[in-house]
Design a protein around this ligand. Structure first.
Ligand SMILES: Cc1cc2nc3c(=O)[nH]c(=O)nc-3n(C[C@H](O)[C@H](O)[C@H](O)COP(=O)(O)O)c2cc1C
Length: 400
């Protein structure tokens, strides 16, 4: 049902997985993954911003061996990229979180499990230490404490708190495509499923038959709503009142590494570090929250400069090894990629994710060699130029 090895070999870059998934998934499911928010402005800018920078490669250096390893807080990963957290992955792909985690662990890169996942966090934690957990904070202090205690009890060492969702995003594209959480079956949805039998039988039916109706397992310490339901409203807790005091209490409770995801200003990043954050993920949620929010690549240099003591990472819009190199050049220690790995899991299961990881790792390695680098960790802004003197980046290059 899913893509064979031979078919996966025909996919040559991350964007190819998007085209494959568009054919494979029902349109409501593809719309959920691919979409941004409102006018999709941030989604488009997340990609465009990479074109503001070009490379100034160095030549005649022995690049016969390129080391891509990256060390964060004493842990070494094989490459400077990882898999971003994606909610409900186990319904877009068969056992989605497990195949993403399995492929990442095998490849030696980090994978962040979403709090809006449909497989119990304990089951994914056991895949290995490369799996980090991302939480959406529940609205009440006692719920937060119970969730953090559960994540610690499961054995996770890295906790990522996503902070760019104080209220629900205006995902009109989801409404237009008939997508909601929980999924509410309609005639249109059933027709869509019938037209995409590979997903319907290979993912949806297999999941329900083998594992029962999926539920939101990890938004709280206890089980949440089922994914398919006519009536039950998903328990979207109101987090609009959350503030730094909640973060302080989590810091006091959580003994592992604490990472804040969804930061776009130097002020917030600095405050997070002052409050005890061990790392920052600069992100606009892949353009899925505030439409018009600046591309993370734009915010990256000022955040790197403001937070010299912790790893600054980023995501949103990275599709090529060259994009990753630009982010590393601006000071990111690790980049995360979302949608393409979600598509890879959907069309190809774990071998699909492995293929996507290999393709991307090969691009990063090739780009290092082309730039004259024997280590990815040696990428700096010395290898970057702005393509226009009016570029935002002009004031940072050479000063990072
Ligand atoms: C389908 C989907 C689900 C997502 N779910 C979550 C989530 O549960 N938690 C979270 O912090 N971010 C979530 N994100 C945002 C990603 O973690 C990441 O910030 C974004 O996808 C990066 O952009 P990219 O897709 O352009 O690589 C989701 C993104 C997608 C595409």
């Amino acid at each position: 049902m899913r893509y064979s090895k031979k078919k996966l070999e025909k996919l040559l870059c991350l964007e190819d997985f998007s085209l494959a998934a568009q054919r494979y998934l029902p349109s409501f499911m593809y719309a959920y993954i691919s979409g941004g928010v409102e006018n999709n402005s941030s989604l488009a800018q997340n990609r465009r911003i990479f074109d503001e920078l070009g490379f100034a490669p160095r030549v005649m250096r022995d690049v016969s061996h390129v080391d891509m390893s990256t060390t964060l807080w004493g842990d070494t990963y094989t490459a400077p990229f990882g898999i971003a957290p994606m909610g409900i992955s186990a319904i877009s792909a068969y056992r989605g979180d497990a195949v993403l985690a399995g492929a990442a662990q095998e490849a030696g890169i980090p994978m962040i499990m979403s709090g809006s996942s449909l497989i119990r966090l304990e089951d994914i934690c056991s895949v290995g230490p490369n799996v980090w957990f991302q939480a959406y904070l529940p609205g009440k202090q006692e719920q937060i404490e119970a969730l953090v205690a559960r994540v610690a009890q499961a054995g996770f060492q890295k906790l990522v708190i996503t902070v760019d969702t104080p209220v629900a995003a205006n995902r009109e594209n989801n409404v237009r495509a008939g997508f909601s959480t929980p999924l509410r079956p309609t005639l249109r949805m059933i027709t869509d499923c019938a037209l995409h039998p590979r997903w319907t039988f290979g993912t949806l039916m297999q999941t329900v038959l083998r594992h029962g109706m999926p539920h939101f397992e990890n938004n709280y310490a206890t089980r949440g709503a089922p994914i398919i339901s006519r009536n039950v409203l998903r328990d979207f807790s109101d987090r609009s009142h959350l503030n730094w005091a909640y973060f302080q209490r989590i810091r006091a409770m959580w003994k592992g590494k604490l990472i804040m995801k969804g930061v776009l200003t130097a002020q917030d990043a600095q405050r997070a570090v002052d409050e005890g954050a061990d790392g920052i993920i600069v992100s606009n949620h892949g353009g899925r929250q505030l439409d018009g929010s600046i591309p993370p690549l734009l915010a990256l240099p000022e955040i790197v400069r403001a937070c010299p003591t912790v790893p600054v990472m980023m995501d949103s819009g990275i599709r090529r090894g060259s994009d990753a190199m630009k982010a590393l050049g601006l000071g990111a220690r690790m980049v995360f990629i979302g949608r393409p790995f979600g598509y890879a899991a959907a069309v190809g299961g774990q071998p699909g994710v492995q293929r996507a990881i290999e393709l991307f790792a090969t691009e990063v390695k090739r780009n290092c060699a082309m730039l004259g680098l024997t280590r990815a960790s040696e990428m700096t802004d010395a290898y970057l130029r702005t393509l226009s003197p009016a570029s935002h980046f002009e004031r940072y290059l050479g000063k990072l």
